[in-house]
Design a protein around this ligand. Structure first.
Ligand code: PGA
Length: 272
């Protein structure tokens, strides 16, 4: 399915010289959001890409340069069958809690998550979407691109107006995630995903891409048609999209001078 974008929907593209610079720049986007709105609602994702961002947020919170105690957090994906107590080593929420929520002093009652072990997963997804609405929507969604162009378990074929739902994880996603699972862990095959439609209603979406593994997917997402076959391309329909990539992930993009990004520590490459 292909969707028409208007010309003003071109994303702002920022190319950082390396992963560290990308992580700091992403943290600045979060900090700017919170400075403007101390009680902002921010959706955070899991995976390797945002770890540098979370490390930076921990650092800034620890130094008193940033206060995240007033924000509300939406955790955007979980494996089906994984408990809400977050003791499960496979739990994505447990990971997010350890990486950023606890160290940054974000109270449990300020966190909305998809319970992977809900008796009725479809009802759980409806509860999640309704809670986001009650909170007044999301100010900032942080997502990262997968090798197949997915974000947050929204796999190829996800509809632009999809609500949060149970999804079958693509083989490439399972393969990509397997490196995080301890030996002997049961391997989830399904996930709960915050829907594309829910993401597109957010006031700002920040899409991260790091490393050359992501270069081809990022080029399809940014330069290709807006198409459900590449879920990250649908993010161009958001009210505001910032794509933040390191030089390696930007290698296949048109209109990007990666040499300039390498020369200047924090280069903006503006909308094409
Ligand atoms: P990564 O993967 O951040 O762990 O590289 C992102 C994704 O596949 O969604």
């Amino acid at each position: 399915m292909s969707v028409q974008a208007t010309s003003e929907d071109a994303p702002r593209l920022i190319v950082a010289p390396d992963y560290e610079a990308l992580s700091r720049r992403a943290a600045r986007v979060v900090a700017d959001t919170v400075r403007r709105r101390p009680r902002a609602t921010i959706s955070l994702t899991t995976g390797r890409t945002p770890l540098g961002l979370y490390r930076t947020l921990r650092h800034w919170c620890g130094e008193g340069r940033l206060d995240l105690s007033g924000v509300r957090i939406v955790s955007s994906e979980e494996y089906v069958g994984v408990g809400v107590d977050a003791d499960d080593p496979v739990s994505l929420f447990g990971w997010l809690r350890a990486e950023v929520l606890k160290p940054c002093g974000i109270a449990e009652e300020s966190v909305l998550r998809l319970a992977g072990d809900a008796a009725d997963p479809a009802a759980e997804c409806r509860r999640f979407d309704a809670a986001i609405e009650r909170w007044g929507g999301i100010d900032l969604v942080v997502q990262s691109i997968g090798v197949n162009g997915h974000f947050g378990f929204n796999e190829p074929g996800s509809a632009p107006d999809a609500g949060s739902r149970v999804v079958v994880l693509a083989p490439s996603t399972l393969e990509s995630n397997a490196r995080y699972w301890p030996d002997g862990a049961r391997l989830p095959t399904h996930g709960l995903a915050m829907g594309v439609g829910v993401t597109l209603r957010a006031r700002h979406v920040l899409l991260l891409a790091a490393g050359k593994r992501k270069a081809e997917a990022l080029a399809r997402a940014v330069d290709g048609p807006i198409d459900a076959a590449v879920p990250c391309s649908l993010l161009r329909l958001a009210p505001r999209l910032t794509v933040l990539a390191d030089v390696e992930a930007s290698a296949a993009l048109e209109h990007v001078d990666t040499g300039a990004a390498l020369e200047h520590a924090d280069t903006y490459i503006s909308s094409q």
